[in-house]
Design a protein around this ligand. Sequence first.
Ligand SMILES: [Zn+2]
Length: 198
Amino acid sequence: MLDALRSWVFPSACEGCDRPGPALCAACAPAVAIHFAIDGIPATALGAYEGPLRDAILAMKRGARDPLAAFAQLLDAVTIDGALVPLPTTAARAAERGFDQSIALARAVAARRSLSCLELLDKHGLPQAGRGREGRLAASGRFRLKPGVALPPAVTLLDDVCTTGATIRDAVALLRTLHVSVERITLVARSETQLQGR
Ligand SMILES: [Zn+2]
């Protein structure tokens, strides 16, 4: 609500430096993408989950539209193979926020590039926030296929933040059992805890 009010009173400003313009100005946007792999699948994040990028992600989760548009634009440079599939949050969390940021971002990215955005997955169980690292690593089987969807042969998964990678591995495991090839993983940010044990 405050973000909506702010964007009405003050048209779009950078989350990092408050300069009028896009939600991440050229100076505050991450300069170099992070390329890594999760279970051998190439993954790209716009940057580390810190500083202005983190601020912009938190603003997006509060419902601000400008950061979402800025991320979609920055993701233009990232390779996507196959259909774009967002990793949804739980229905309870999405209802609490009023929207699902990964799905909203995937729709924006797909629209810019005339790709298909396939909302294949539902997530159930408790949201990860508030659970410990071990609890998150142990979480499995949290996704299920939406009823009645047609499966593509190959997909790129999209999520906002990757912390341990457990959520992504969970989705990859499900898709592999369905013979869907996960070609790439696209992320807005990677939390540096990802570096541990990798
Ligand atoms: Zn800035």
